[in-house]
Design a protein around this ligand. Sequence first.
Ligand SMILES: Nc1ncnc2c1ncn2[C@@H]1O[C@H](COP(=O)(O)OP(=O)(O)OP(=O)(O)O)[C@@H](O)[C@H]1O
Ligand SMILES: Cc1cn([C@H]2C[C@H](O)[C@@H](COP(=O)(O)O)O2)c(=O)[nH]c1=O
Length: 500
Amino acid sequence: MAARRGALIALEGVDRAGKSTQCRRLVEALREAGHRADLLRFPDRTTEIGQLISSYLGREKNLEDHTIHLLFSANRWEHVPMMKEKLHQGITVVVDRYAFSGVAFTSAKENFCLEWCKQPDVGLPKPDLILFLQLSPEAAAERGNFGHERYETSSFQEKVLQSFCCLMEDKTLNWKTVDASKSIEDLHREIKSIAEETMQETLRTPLRGCTECQDGREAGMAASAYENRDRISKSSSSESKNLSNLSASEESGREEESAASDVRVGEVRGLAFHQLEHGQRSSDQGQLWRQSRAMRTNSSALLVHFRGNMSPKPRAALAQRTAEYPTLHHCLCQLPVEQGDPSSAPGVMGNRRNRTHHGNGGVELGDAHPARRVLAVEALIGEAAAVTGLHCWLCGVRIQALQFCGATAEQNLPKASQLDPNHSLQTYSNRSDTTALLLQLLLAARDEEEKYIWKFTKQKSCLKLLLSELQKLGEISTFLRQCSKTSPSESPQSILITNL
Ligand SMILES: Nc1ncnc2c1ncn2[C@@H]1O[C@H](COP(=O)(O)OP(=O)(O)OP(=O)(O)O)[C@@H](O)[C@H]1O
Ligand SMILES: Cc1cn([C@H]2C[C@H](O)[C@@H](COP(=O)(O)O)O2)c(=O)[nH]c1=O
């Protein structure tokens, strides 16, 4: 799963800190050392959007502050396919400024908060390394041509520096600060050495999407990374466990239930589900119940995949999509459920004996990413829906998404109004196991009351519509709250569409 890929390295700092000089030197040095490396700079003033930005920076054009912020972000997004392509090809991409400049500069203006500023960049590829070239605005102002462009005043740069300092508090990102007052040569040596170290690490990790992301939203770089900082730091005192630990505590029954519901994989809480096989209902119901309880906790993110019988192609596609979104922190669980072998199904989640047997093979845990206040539980029943489904919550912001894609779910699920939160799984024992799972999750979602999005569809067109509309919404969480206030007469699907 972990393909050899290039590293994404961003250089950041105030104006004239020496970023462009160092980016050029770094790319040259990496190439000389036999690496494949390319340079990108943001803003890229050669595109149409970039030209608009350039005329704004050069004071030839005035643009409203939010508008220019979004244009800077759009200028990054227009390069994302190419960046990903390069990274996947094993080319290291060095970027001269990235989304962090976007946030630092706009948030240095009056009436802009960091949170708002981060949103448009949610989902960009997450850098493996962000080198911050630290230089005082006074020293920077003495360097060549300072003062020509719009933001080039020492007082504004001072605010920018403060914003950068806030961003650097995010320990989910690999910030490294270097002293940019050093000579060009000394600084280059230091930067090259840090970059090469990162590149070694990168070879061992899959490309992650900011975020997805997750939160992901991944974070990638993601706003959500910052948004959740308080909550995350509170939880970070608890002992980190991995999915194996989760399995162990699930197995041990009541006393350990709450521990199980608070399991963290690094900093990301993980839940895993597997597709139930017939004949295992009673033992698995309890397990599902605990899992859905776990889901209701204030999970920071993520993940899940469970597939007893997903064919290799969509499975590979799913794995790849997941790996592309760093925010998501790749926790792709491909459970080796053997059809007809009752003992194998609970293997990863609930049974120590089987876990030992199957291991966590297929579970990939990248660096934990606490970014996203997203709980994405995917019950990917229909193979065709798998990839489309992932998109939904990668694009979503502040969503806890329960996403059930597939014909089984659509046909068998009752209307939301028919769900009874007091019912246990047993109530639905005449339904298929899969449907029972979905119902249980639904009930959990209802308990949570807000920020859920319920999707019951296998129709790509519906998902696409939903996505495009979500992206237009500034206040997504509000929208989602409305979503959960369902009118009794409507099915979840029609509610969703109506609210759009
Ligand atoms: N370490 C250094 N010491 C002294 N001068 C430097 C150093 N690095 C770069 N410079 C000079 O400072 C000026 C700005 O350098 P450079 O263009 O690399 O900075 P930058 O951070 O990319 O600037 P901007 O963000 O404003 O485009 C150039 O004249 C460059 O030669
Ligand atoms: C990427 C980005 C940049 N800015 C600001 C920062 C600088 O003042 C200019 C770009 O100057 P450069 O010499 O081309 O580096 O734009 C910004 O405000 N928002 C951004 O996203």
